[in-house]
Design a protein around this ligand. Structure first.
Ligand code: NAD
Length: 248
């Protein structure tokens, strides 16, 4: 029986790369998407063409009722979750703090922190040996911004990823005795569409000079680190972070 993974925001970027790599490693994959059903279906079709199993699952992860519905669909269509990748995240237009509204901070926290919390909670309810589960693992896709910040850009985003990191540590301690490992990856500057939604399509190239490896990263390089954290080799690793940030 293949293990079952849910990847939030799996229709494009890092999430899509994780979903495809996980399928190649034998996971049946739930590919969550918010609004772009076509993109998620394309990921599912690619997995199925390659001989894997996958389903597209709609939910805005910041909405509790939608997360509960999505998990119900995952249970029915694939089975009980073994692996969760909290990847869905938003980066809003670059903005200095003196221009930023508290509403914007709340919006970013709702997806990047509350979304990750809700998805992790539902995973724990299914994985925990306390609830008759078989254990499992969770990987949170944080950001180097949690450690480094970034001048004049997005104090809201950095704060959300810092919160995700402390949630990773706290949760890892709480659920380790119940057979669940919880870790994070902190990507640096990766070539995805997120930078365009942050208002600057050429951002990765602009930042090359401050990256010790002098280039942006690829989604495959992030997916490889995520999958290592689910592997047996990572069996004694919990509450840890892998920096995938070109040396920063
Ligand atoms: P992306 O914008 O391509 O992907 C983000 C995905 O999350 C999209 O598919 C989007 O639809 C989905 N999403 C957003 N809000 C959602 C919601 N409420 N419910 C469900 N899905 C939602 O960007 P990406 O670069 O692939 O980002 C993936 C993760 O990696 C994010 O958490 C991001 O913060 C993190 N990250 C990215 C970089 C980078 O340089 N690209 C760096 C550090 C961290």
């Amino acid at each position: 029986m293949s293990k079952i993974m849910l990847v939030t925001g799996g229709g494009r970027g890092i999430g899509a790369a994780v979903a495809k790599l996980a399928a190649r490693r034998g996971y049946a994959v739930g590919v969550n998407y918010h609004s772009n059903a076509d993109a998620a279906r394309a990921v599912v079709e690619e997995i199925v063409r390659g001989g894997g199993r996958a389903v597209a699952l709609q939910a805005d992860v910041s909405q509790e009722d939608q997360v509960l519905r999505m998990y119900g669909e995952l249970d029915q269509q694939l089975g009980r979750i073994d692996a969760l990748v909290n990847n869905a995240g938003i980066l809003e237009q670059q903005m200095r703090v003196d221009q930023m509204s508290a509403d914007r901070l709340l919006r970013v926290l709702s997806t990047n922190v509350i979304g990750a919390f809700l998805c992790a909670r539902e995973a724990v309810r299914r994985m925990s040996t306390r609830h008759g589960g078989q254990g499992g693992a969770i990987v949170n896709v944080s950001s180097a911004a949690a450690r480094l910040g970034s001048p004049n850009e997005y104090v809201d985003y950095a704060a959300s990823k810092g919160a995700m990191d402390t949630m990773t540590i706290g949760l890892s301690k709480e659920v380790a005795p119940e057979g669940i490992r919880v870790n994070g990856v902190r990507p640096g500057t990766i070539y995805t569409d997120m930078h365009a939604s942050g208002g600057e399509p050429g951002r990765v190239d602009r930042l090359k000079g401050v990256i010790p490896l002098r280039r942006g990263g690829t989604v495959e390089e992030v997916a490889g680190a995520v999958m290592w954290l689910f592997s047996d080799e990572a069996g004694y690793t919990s509450g840890s972070f892998i920096e995938v940030s070109g040396g920063n």
